[in-house]
Write a protein that binds this ligand. Structure first.
Ligand SMILES: NC(=O)c1ccc[n+]([C@@H]2O[C@H](COP(=O)([O-])OP(=O)(O)OC[C@H]3O[C@@H](n4cnc5c(N)ncnc54)[C@H](OP(=O)(O)O)[C@@H]3O)[C@@H](O)[C@H]2O)c1
Length: 288
């Protein structure tokens, strides 16, 4: 990628040249990113996917008309940007296979837990950005934390932003260790929301509602309250207090949660996820 290139706005009529992007791994995450690029008019001719599983290659070709190859080859030498989207336990092997073909590219890894030190060692470059997305990226509503190594230029960062903006919102962290917190909060976060939705559904069903009604009320309440929180000027604590009049129904529920210390337990749970992210980073980065 040359310094003169500028990230284009995400419209179907791009004036700036779009980089050639290679995806190593063509699963859920790669599909989410490719889907976003396709939606914004990026030509499939700019994309190549390395995906060993034939059915996944067929699905990618059928859905996005992208070139999908079973293993890394010299066609990757054209890649300006390489997106590493394999499972963490496969990344080292994949880097050994594909890395030698794309030494001069900018690298973006979405693999959870793999530290950029390990990536730099495996790929032999400092032009590496680590990203921690989450599953709502599949519907364009993701949260992605980003960390750039020292070899990443402002122009490189702009290209990464151009790419991840397809998946929703993003933010840069200054210290790589903060990606463990991003992992614990937003990376694992959708599961926490699903957990609470499940609990609301169970309670509704126990109170005699049909599963369909329970599902609608639980999910709809999360969607509605989240949108209200996002559009409101006030902090969420104020929004909560506003619907918690003393002696009322919400007050009864919040009081029960406070006496069970649900908030403190939930915060501990998020810290457990952060600690696990640190351990996994250590394990995946081992050199033996
Ligand atoms: N899904 C999420 O919400 C999410 C969120 C944050 C981060 N991530 C990260 O994103 C990465 C990808 O996750 P995913 O959910 O997209 O996984 P996935 O659906 O399993 O996709 C990974 C793909 O990579 C392929 N692959 C394995 N070894 C390969 C190799 N050597 N070269 C090329 N391709 C290879 C796999 O093929 P086979 O099936 O044949 O092995 C699979 O199709 C993971 O590291 C994960 O930590 C995912």
């Amino acid at each position: 990628m040359t310094a003169s290139r500028k990230p284009a706005s995400l419209t179907a009529t791009q004036e700036a040249p779009v980089p050639h992007i290679a995806f190593i791994g063509g699963g859920n995450m790669a599909s989410a990113i490719i889907g976003g690029l396709a939606k914004h008019g990026v030509s499939p001719a700019n994309l190549t996917v390395v995906e060993p599983f034939e059915a996944s290659r067929d699905a990618l070709r059928a859905q996005f008309n992208v070139g999908a190859i079973p293993q890394a080859d010299t066609s990757l030498e054209n890649a300006d940007l390489v997106v590493w989207a394999v499972k963490p336990q496969n990344l080292r092997e994949a880097a050994g296979q594909a890395g030698p073909f794309c030494k001069d590219a900018l690298h973006l890894s979405v693999a959870a837990g793999i530290r950029s030190d390990s990536l730099a060692q495996w790929l032999g470059t400092q032009r590496i950005v680590r990203a921690m997305p989450n599953t709502p990226a599949l519907v364009g509503l993701g949260q992605t934390g980003l960390f750039a190594r020292s070899g990443v230029s402002d122009n490189d960062k702009a290209w990464v932003e151009w790419l991840v903006a397809n998946m929703g919102q993003f933010l840069w962290v200054g210290e790589e260790a903060q990606l463990d917190a991003v992992t614990a909060v937003s990376g694992s976060g959708p599961a926490y929301v699903f957990y609470f939705i499940e609990a609301m559904e169970k309670a509704a069903i126990e109170m005699g509602m049909s599963p369909d009604h329970a599902k609608q009320l639980a999910i709809g309440t999360f969607v509605g309250a989240s949108q209200l929180a996002q559009s409101a000027q006030e902090p969420v604590s104020v929004l909560r207090e506003r619907v918690t009049s003393k002696g009322g129904t919400t007050h009864a529920a919040i009081t029960a949660m406070q006496s069970a210390q649900v908030s403190a337990l939930f915060q501990d749970a998020i810290k457990a996820a952060q600690a696990r992210a640190q351990v996994l980073g250590d394990e995946f980065g081992k050199n033996d």
